[in-house]
Design a protein around this ligand. Structure first.
Ligand SMILES: [Zn+2]
Ligand SMILES: [Zn+2]
Ligand SMILES: [Zn+2]
Length: 425
């Protein structure tokens, strides 16, 4: 559960994954994915947004948020994944700053992304958000690498530390977990048409990888609630994997707990309960799991089965992620209530060879050495041009090159794939 308060200390005027308190004065917002611990205040944020303030997110998150909060429709700006965009952060009515942002798939739930921010002074900040990624995937992400293959310097990393805990050293890979889940479902429903599976999902989103695997292997769509069906049917990949007709399938995931509701009716109500197998993918209860352990725990009998399935990295995967990118400064975004000091110490100890200590102990020390560069950057504010005959981009180029002597080139040079898109308002 995220404990991050929303502000990136290195970039004024923006907030990420938090829409309450001091964040409401921000002028640009970023949403990494649609889990409730990252959406605090999103339901009331429209009261505080100006005409030039926007909430940036991936296209899939935009579908979900528009469906959940229709009043935010005009404030949502979707940014293509795997591309770099130049975002304006308004300072006041006449001037703004720019920051480049790249959305990187986070492998956590549909539409979930990491945000890689790059400032005009060369400072690079990675907000990982919730993620599950192995080093072999990381190696393929061009945005993290220079042309010679070396990794780009990450000056600051806001880090999903959910399972930074020795009790969660390992998890099975997602494909191992989903293979196992498919096999126990297959075994059950092959007994006959009168046998059903109720899939109990702990978060609203996050099991879609599983749905796809099941659909491909079992050739049967998954019954989901009408609300979820509305959303999934707008996502091309997901459309065939789900149904809103409970009679079309033996697999039900129409609720987030052990019951199976649809249209407010218990859709397996008339089924003999002995014929319903409840399968619950989960990660939290799997402390101490290793390769020799089973992937499942039966609750009482064969009808209630917990399966180890994680959409966050294990402790080992987190260590590998840090060791590969070697961020100079780390701010963990999920800090345990019990013994936070020991938790910080453990990250610091692990990362001591590459971090610029003591950067993870106290917030005031987290600001790196960017004070000088920050003011340099501020002096490069761009002034809006009111002429209608000129495009925003032309205006930006003209102002930056001539008036303010700020060239866009340094930011272009920062990114490897050259596919910068100016986000037009
Ligand atoms: Zn989270
Ligand atoms: Zn999440
Ligand atoms: Zn159902």
């Amino acid at each position: 559960m995220s404990t991050f308060e929303g502000k990136l200390l290195e970039i004024d005027g923006i907030s990420v994954d938090e829409f309450t308190g001091k964040n409401i004065t921000s002028r640009a917002f970023f949403l990494s994915h649609c889990h409730t611990d990252h959406m605090n205040g999103l339901n009331i944020v429209s009261n505080h947004l100006n005409n030039d303030s926007f909430i940036y997110m991936s296209p899939i998150s935009a579908i979900i948020i528009k469906r959940t909060y229709p009043e935010l429709k005009n404030f949502i700006r979707q940014l293509a994944v795997d591309e770099t965009h130049l975002i304006r952060i308004p300072n006041d009515e006449v001037s703004y700053k720019c920051v480049a942002v790249t959305l990187i798939p986070a492998g956590h739930c549909p539409g979930s992304v990491m945000f890689l921010f790059e400032k005009c002074d060369g400072i690079r900040i990675l907000y990982t958000a919730d993620f599950r990624m192995t080093v072999s995937t990381l190696q393929k992400i061009t945005h993290f690498h220079n042309d010679d293959g070396s990794t780009k310097t990450i000056h600051k990393m806001y880090f999903d530390s959910t399972f930074w805990n020795e009790d969660y050293t390992n998890f099975p890979s997602r494909s191992e977990s989903s293979d196992y889940i498919c096999s126990i479902i297959e075994e059950w429903i092959s007994k006959g048409k009168e046998y059903f599976v109720s899939l109990s999902i702990s978060a609203k989103y996050g099991s879609e990888y599983l749905y796809k695997e099941m659909y491909e292997r079992l050739k049967m769509p998954i019954h989901v609630s009408n609300f979820m069906y509305d959303i999934y049917s707008q996502v091309l990949d997901m459309r065939p994997t789900v149904t809103n007709d409970p009679k079309k399938t033996q697999i039900h995931s129409c609720s987030t707990n052990y019951s199976c509701y649809a249209h407010n009716i218990y859709c397996l109500d008339n089924i003999k309960q002995a014929n319903v197998r409840h399968v619950r993918p989960s990660a939290q209860i799997w402390n101490g799991w290793d390769e020799k352990s089973d992937l499942f725990k039966e609750k009482n009998d064969e009808n209630f089965i917990n399966v180890c399935y994680s959409s966050h990295c294990s402790h080992n995967e987190l260590k590998e992620f840090l060791s590969y990118l070697k961020p100079k400064c780390i701010e963990p975004c999920v800090v345990p209530k019990d013994n936070p000091h020991q938790f910080y110490q453990s990250i610091n100890e692990y990362a001591k060879d590459f971090i610029e200590s003591p950067c993870i102990y106290e917030k005031k020390n987290l600001k790196l050495n960017v004070n000088e560069t920050e003011s340099l950057c501020d002096s490069k504010n761009i002034f809006l041009n009111n002429s209608d005959s000129e495009s925003e981009e032309e205006s930006l180029q003209r102002n930056t090159n001539n008036k303010m002597k700020w060239e866009i080139t340094p930011i272009r040079a920062l990114v490897s794939n050259k596919k910068i898109k100016l986000f037009t308002l």
